[in-house]
Design a protein around this ligand. Structure first.
Ligand code: PEP
Ligand code: MG
Length: 537
């Protein structure tokens, strides 16, 4: 059989070689009792057992898996989810038929949402649907996936992922799916290579497959030449990783001797439990959105203060840059962000939303000011577009610090900086009274190239290597130097081995990245000579 080459969107990097395994669709065999009261009871019991099973799974899970399973339990416990199924059962439908029908409607709504975040949640709903169907037919039944297999499916559900044995390797190929789905987060955390958006996958194929998750490439039934090339590339990659690992705790320095500051991005403080602060010079970006994910309550001042203080304590004297809430765009928050905006990326997001909700924003500012009395916190505003937005943040922060101190509460006025991610701010930086700047290359790239960061069809255009983006970054670096203000870069480009030499040559000397990228970044920096082509504004 001739080899088949597939390419899709990388969702989790790494190499894998293994037997292909097509995940079968879920089948349910259950006879209806024909009695609506008994069918309703069967569904009620199945929902209770499903939520108990998921809660048990959460109790023995760690990291993101706990939140993901908790989210599913919360959804199952919401009566609104089963309302339609119970109404259909009352009309005479069997429990499994009614549940499947009502969940399929719900899943379709999510799947056809404009927003990738909502589309990505459809796999969670499928998961909930199937767990309850399992319970209706006698208990959980995970397909017995052979350990180490290369799994092919339309999409994959988090609980199925968690029910599989990944200790022997393996990888995931999805014809649909999303890099922002919960299962993609789990795959990254467990180091399971994963590619999504591969389109129609051949279902009757057997044999082995070779996966390069980072490149988004899979070869099914490879010929000998592809296999040899793959083995050579994987060996090369292993050598580079081993060299990089040796530099993890070293200071970053270019080949020509320039020092580079390495900061880390934090999306959830639990990530920090497993890493030493010695690998970085501080935290360059805390995405505080994680605090607002509980759709019932927003965190109060004390709860936020405790989290910010813990970050300062972890950093042990290193600076900690905490970004104020950046809700909206690809980060909708229930009961907070605006529904129905025709283009949420150009709508009320980031600081625009915070300034419309001073009731919530002042709580965050107070918590930050209190935490700043324990160590070097820097406060950063996202999506700043005009100088008066930042001036208002500064003014509000000063008011909150004064009122805390007047009440005898320990507080300190932190430096106030801004993300440079809106082209209007990038092109007029000198007008902003910021103590520091940090380039949000993810948003800056999408706004400069007019190509949405969550739209796969224009992914090639949303390229931070576009000369326009690099020239703008060089301008920002030069402007920061003129203003004697620190300029860092905290978008994904900051940890991307292909971008790092270009950013250094554009004048950036401070990069903030996911902790997992630090070792490789230090290696790339050590191999970069700044005497080469310089990107000029
Ligand atoms: C960015 O836009 O580059 C950035 C760091 O912010 P986020 O990805 O959270 O929008
Ligand atoms: Mg951004």
């Amino acid at each position: 059989m001739a080899e088949i080459r597939l390419s899709g969107r990388p969702a989790s990097s790494g190499f894998a070689e293994g037997q292909l395994y097509v995940l079968p669709d879920k089948r349910v065999s259950r006879a209806s009792t024909g009695d609506p009261a008994l069918e309703a009871k069967a569904l009620r019991d199945a929902i209770t057992s499903a939520s108990e099973a998921l809660a048990n799974m959460a109790a023995s899970a760690d990291g993101d898996a706990v939140d993901i399973l908790g989210f599913q339990v919360a959804m199952l416990e919401d009566d609104a989810l089963s309302e339609m199924a119970f109404a259909d059962i009352a009309e005479g439908k069997a429990a499994d038929v009614a549940w499947r029908y009502s969940m399929d409607q719900e899943i379709e709504t999510y799947r056809s949402a404009d927003d990738e975040y909502f589309r990505a949640r459809s796999a969670d709903l499928e998961d909930i649907r199937d767990t309850v169907l399992d319970m209706l037919s006698g208990g959980l039944s995970f397909a017995a996936t052979p350990p180490g297999a290369i799994l092919m499916a339309r999409d994959l559900q988090p609980s199925r992922f968690l029910g599989m044995d990944w200790s022997k390797g393996g990888a995931i190929l999805l014809s649909e799916g999303s890099p922002t789905s919960h299962v993609a987060m789990l795959a990254r955390a467990r180091g399971v290579p994963m590619i999504v958006g591969l389109g129609d996958l051949p279902r009757s194929i057997h044999g082995i497959a070779l996966i390069d998750g980072g490149a988004g490439q899979a070869i099914l039934s490879p010929d000998q030449q592809s296999l040899d090339q793959f083995i050579a590339r994987r060996a090369e990659e292993d050598t580079v990783s081993a060299r990089a690992a040796k530099l993890l705790l070293d200071d970053a320095k270019t080949k020509t001797g320039e020092a580079v500051t390495i900061l880390i991005n934090v999306a959830d403080p639990v990530e920090l439990d497993a890493i030493s602060p010695a690998l970085c010079d501080g935290i360059g970006l805390v995405r505080t959105e994680f605090l607002f994910n509980d759709d019932k309550n927003f965190p109060d001042e004390d709860a936020q203060y405790r989290v910010y203080r813990r970050l300062v304590e972890w950093a042990s004297g290193r600076p900690v840059t905490i970004r104020t809430l950046d809700a909206g765009g690809d980060k909708p928050i229930k009961n907070l962000t605006f529904d129905g905006e025709s283009n949420p990326f150009l709508g009320v997001r980031g600081i625009r939303l915070s300034l419309l909700r001073p009731d919530l924003f002042r709580v965050q500012l107070r918590a930050l000011a209190r935490a700043a009395s324990h160590g070097p916190i820097k406060v950063m505003a996202p999506m700043v577009t005009i100088p008066s937005e930042l001036a208002t943040v500064r003014h509000m922060m000063a008011e909150e610090v004064d009122s805390l101190k007047a009440r005898g509460v320990a507080a300190a006025l932190p430096p106030i900086g801004m993300m440079v991610e809106v082209p209007a701010a990038a092109l007029a930086m000198d007008l902003f009274d910021a103590d520091f700047f940090s380039i949000g290359s993810n948003d800056l790239t999408q706004y400069v190239t007019a190509a949405g960061r969550d739209i796969g069809a224009v992914a090639d255009l949303a390229d931070p290597k576009h000369p326009a983006v690099l020239r703008l970054i060089a301008m920002i670096a030069a402007q920061g130097k003129d203003m004697q203000r620190e300029v860092s870069l905290c978008g994904d480009a900051g940890g991307d081995p292909a971008l790092i030499p270009l950013l250094l040559n554009a004048g950036i000397r401070c990069l903030s990245m996911a902790p997992s990228m630090v070792a490789r970044a230090k290696l790339i920096i050590s191999e970069t000579s700044l005497s080469g082509d310089v990107v000029t504004p």
